[in-house]
Design a protein. Sequence first.
Length: 134
Amino acid sequence: MFKVETMAPNLLKVEISGKITASQMSDGLDSLFPLTNKMSDGRLLAIYHDVEFPEAGAILEEMKRLPQLFGVIGKIGKVALVSNQKWIRDIAMLEGKLIPNMTIRSFEFKDRSKAEAYLDIGNDEEDDFENFPV
């Protein structure tokens, strides 16, 4: 499964589970790209459930779309990855060190509320203006 949804104007949630096929990768990326078109300084909540290494066709599908993926990377500044699989969290931490202008933090499922707090999920941007000191 590769599912993408909008949680707020600059906040997306991506859920991935199982072994991703080429068609799932294609459909997931087709969903992701239009949602990031108008984003700037976006946030991403990435949820990984029991992920297996993707099929070769899925990797090829991702490689074909690298230019578009680099565009998405430029629009997202914060990522919170939630997974109980250590290897997934380790890869995310490595990517966070390699990708400029993006901060990636990884969390276990028991710490999902910390991941959401890191992304300020639930805090309305309008509230910031209401509490602005005069």
